[in-house]
Write a protein that binds this ligand. Structure first.
Ligand SMILES: Cc1cc2nc3c(=O)[nH]c(=O)nc-3n(C[C@H](O)[C@H](O)[C@H](O)COP(=O)(O)OP(=O)(O)OC[C@H]3O[C@@H](n4cnc5c(N)ncnc54)[C@H](O)[C@@H]3O)c2cc1C
Length: 375
């Protein structure tokens, strides 16, 4: 079923960049046989996760069926987890013992949660990443919280994801019999450090109106079964704790010999080609692009898709690769729970229900581009 070793392009991970690489194979195959290897059949779209938590979307509305997409684009799909790379032999090792030779390997596996800096977090908190594990557990956990309404909910992480998750959960629990205490602990960098002061002021207003305790500047130092201990010594009762904090590179990459940065992300040139291996490319959150200090956001993973697609073809032909040039200012749409959002762009900010409907339109359009339900 699988071709000669030198014939293979392996796309590892069903991330936001690879969906576009696959789409661009449709009707325009490369000279290589393409195999998508991903540990999940469905790729979840993080931009719509807060809307799912708030109750605006069903699960099937926020995911892409990678098996169908691969099939529609003339690629094979293997639902497996990768655990190692033998770069000398150009071979990818999968958890079930399968070994796949490749000519080109492209990695778009996303990032892993970085829980080790907070003792007890791995045991007593729930990380939002990886999304698949989170989504499998969260409905059950929230139902249990609904039954014991006195148990508090704590969201750790003050970036856009943390703010959205806190406000989405608050919106969801408006129908619960009791109203739980909800807190957002955002650490020393405070709320929305990547955004302008007006966006921060709007977010603070929405947190206040929603009755969410905004614990800016405080850092969770330890989590136990019963308590959260903050760095100022205060002790809070722990109910359900959700971690929307910093991420790092997946552990298994550390043994591959690929050049990684201090946080375990694959170091690449602007072309998304590894700086240490010309047969390996990486895109999305797993990448650390030389001399590009960009924040990890799905929007970059999406925009890297066309560049990655072009460069995999160019690498196959041996022609010059083109660089990924990130936008200097990116648009942020931060959902506030009900069908309402804050708009952030550079020094500009605004908000409204229209902004949520715009975000909804953009997000649904993204998913629809990769749907092949009728094929
Ligand atoms: C709540 C929340 C909201 C967010 N909202 C936004 C937003 O509105 N806009 C925005 O720009 N960013 C947003 N982000 C950030 C966004 O989630 C990430 O930047 C984005 O998901 C990165 O995409 P990716 O393509 O790198 O990988 P991912 O989307 O993480 O996909 C990786 C895929 O690879 C698979 N995989 C992983 N490891 C393996 C392995 N070893 N073997 C096989 N398969 C593997 C995974 O199962 C997954 O399917 C949000 C994040 C959170 C937490």
């Amino acid at each position: 079923m699988i071709g000669e070793p030198s014939d293979r392009l392996i796309l590892l991970g069903g991330g936001h960049s690879h969906v576009e690489v696959l789409r661009r194979l449709r009707g325009r195959p490369t000279g290589l046989r393409c195999i998508l290897v991903s540990e999940n059949r469905f790729s979840l779209y993080s931009g719509m996760l807060p809307g799912y938590l708030a109750g605006h979307y069903r699960l099937d509305e926020i995911r892409i069926d990678m098996a169908r997409l691969a099939q529609a684009c003339g690629a094979e799909f293997l639902c497996r987890r990768a655990i190692a790379i033998d770069r000398q032999a150009r071979r990818l090792m999968l958890e079930d013992g399968t070994e796949l030779d490749y000519r080109l390997l492209s990695i778009n596996t996303g990032a892993a949660p970085s829980l080790s800096t907070i003792p007890g977090a791995a045991e007593h908190a729930v990380a939002v990443k990886p999304l698949h594990q989170f989504i499998r557990r969260i409905d059950g956990l929230l139902s249990r919280s609904a039954e014991s309404a006195a148990a508090p909910l704590t969201i750790v992480g003050g970036g856009a994801g943390g703010v959205e998750v806190a406000l989405a959960v608050r919106h969801r629990c408006r129908l619960w019999p009791g109203t739980p205490e909800i807190r957002l602990v955002s650490g020393r960098r405070g709320l929305l450090p990547e955004h302008n002061s007006r966006v921060r002021a709007l977010a603070r207003k929405h947190l206040r109106q929603a009755g969410i305790a905004n614990m800016e500047g405080q850092r969770v130092q330890q989590i136990t079964r019963r308590n959260l201990i903050l760095d100022d010594g205060s002790v809070l009762g722990a109910g359900l704790t959700l971690m929307v904090t910093a991420v790092r590179g997946p552990d298994w990459l550390r043994n591959t010999g690929l050049a990684l940065d201090d946080n375990g992300f694959v170091r690449t040139h602007a072309s998304l080609q590894s700086i240490s291996d010309s047969a390996v490319f990486a895109a999305g959150d797993v990448t650390s692009i030389e001399q590009q200090a960009i924040t990890r956001a799905g929007v970059h993973a999406v925009r890297q898709g066309p560049v990655l697609s072009a460069n995999l073809r160019r690498a196959e032909r041996g022609t010059t690769l083109r660089p990924y040039r990130p936008q200097r200012v990116i648009l942020g749409l931060i959902a506030t729970g009900p069908k309402h959002a804050i708009v952030s762009r550079g020094a500009w900010a605004t908000e409204g229900r229209w902004a949520w409907h715009w975000k909804n339109w953009l997000d649904r359009r993204f998913i629809a581009r990769y749907r092949h339900d009728d094929n």
